[in-house]
Design a protein around this ligand. Structure first.
Ligand SMILES: *Cc1c(COP(=O)(O)O)cnc(C)c1O
Length: 403
């Protein structure tokens, strides 16, 4: 008789977005005419820009022609895309070789899969609140111990609380981690670290022999000059950091699917380079991102592509400004929204994350995301996203101000 992976049974279940959907559904059933504005989901809304669409059309035509048809893509990505990515790093002053870049179908799968090249004994450290994938993928791998329903914490995970009290800057944990997940700029808090703060984490990881898994999905939203656009801007990062990147948030590829992971050859455990382990894993379990999509990715780095996606990012960041300003005027304490499309607000005195969710839904007909859904330190906070369209964002903030 077969047995299942018992670790899956430990997962408490991702209740966050299903609970939100259920609550919103009930509200709509009771108030069929309610004009709801959704500022909850982390998905983009603007169409893909013309330079990228044009590149995709061209690639589609190539697929219909015997001379230019392509079958399986090279397992680590086409040279034209890896070269464009490496050039982009070079422009940032980071020396990343093409064979350190692994093209994939997105950062969610890479962030979930990367843990499997490490021992099951590795101790994992995450920020709290956190993007749930980092924790859940380690649960599935049996690395997290037992779940405590009361605290909402796993016994074998090292948590680094990020709250207004510490300025959302994680502190070095008391216990010594082997793997440290950092998402910067951060989802859900919308905050980030300065380059010198990030440098301290790189130094710390090198000192203790840990690997930083650096999720840079929101790199395109960085506006401040003292914030690093890549972990490799920090000295010594090539010896300890893996960087995950995505085309979802900078170019609207959430439905197209493309990302990449950088595994520098310098990160070694004894004689073994992590780069060769990830290459082995990628080659065995992944058969390459589609040619059409990689051509689309190449266009992200073209002159026209860059200019057009810059405008799109600016559009979302203008929404972020509208949200930040509106909430501040309404008397809320607001964080994020400067280097990220997320605004993280402190809920009013005496209201926890879910009470505020209910309040906002009922009184303003605005849907957001309760902070506690991302971890216990998110309690008393609430996330709004700048990914909506401008008109609705303005209307939502008018309503919140009028409460
Ligand atoms: C959206 C997001 C990603 C991107 O995931 P894709 O699979 O590339 O769409 C990665 N990490 C975080 C924290 C995100 O919010």
């Amino acid at each position: 008789m077969f047995q299942i992976n018992e670790n899956y049974g430990k997962l408490p279940g991702s209740y966050l977005f299903s609970t939100i959907a259920k609550k919103v559904g009930e509200f709509q059933a009771a108030n069929p005419d309610a004009d709801l504005i959704r500022l909850g989901i982390g998905d983009v809304t603007q169409p893909i820009v013309p330079a990228i669409i044009e590149a995709m059309h061209k690639a589609v035509d190539e697929m219909g022609n015997k001379e230019t048809f392509r079958g399986y893509a090279p397992e680590f990505g086409y040279d034209f895309l890896r070269r464009a990515i490496a050039d982009d790093y070079r422009e940032k002053g980071c020396d990343i070789a093409e064979d350190e870049i692994f093209v994939s179908d997105g950062a969610k799968s890479d962030s979930a899969n990367i843990q499997e090249i490490f021992s099951e004994k590795c101790r994992v450290a995450v920020c709290d609140p956190v993007y749930p994938v980092y924790v859940d993928s380690n649960v599935m791998a049996g690395r997290t111990g037992t779940w405590d329903e009361k605290s909402g914490l796993w016994s074998d995970v090292i948590y680094m609380p990020c709250t207004a009290e510490n300025g959302f800057v994680p502190e070095f944990p008391k216990e010594t981690p082997d793997l440290i997940y950092l998402c910067l700029p951060n989802n859900p808090t919308g905050t980030t670290l300065t380059k010198s703060q990030l440098q301290q984490w790189v130094d710390y990881a090198n000192r203790i022999g840990a690997v930083i898994i650096y999720d840079g999905a929101y790199e395109a939203y960085i506006s401040e000059s003292d914030v690093a656009r890549s972990v490799y801007e920090c000295e010594g990062a090539k010896g300890c950091a893996i960087e995950l990147r995505s085309f979802s948030k900078n170019a609207g590829f959430t439905g197209v699917r493309l990302g990449f992971t950088v595994v520098p050859k310098d990160i070694r455990c004894g004689k073994t380079a992590l780069n060769s382990l990830w290459a082995r894993r990628h080659g065995t379990k992944f058969n390459g991102a589609p040619y059409i999509v990689q051509r689309a990715g190449e266009a992200v780095y073209s002159k026209e592509g860059r200019a057009q996606i810059k405008e799109q990012v600016a559009y979302y960041m203008n929404n972020a400004g509208i949200i930040k300003e509106g909430l501040t005027e309404a008397g809320y304490r607001v964080f994020g929204g400067v280097n990220a499309p997320y605004i993280w607000l402190k809920t009013p005195e005496g209201m926890d994350s879910w009470s505020f969710f209910d309040y906002l839904l009922k009184e303003a007909r605005v849907v957001g995301t309760p902070g506690v859904g991302f971890g216990p330190s998110g309690e008393g906070y609430f996330r709004l996203t700048a990914f909506g369209d401008q008109e609705n964002t303005v209307r939502a903030l008018d309503r919140i101000r009028a409460l």
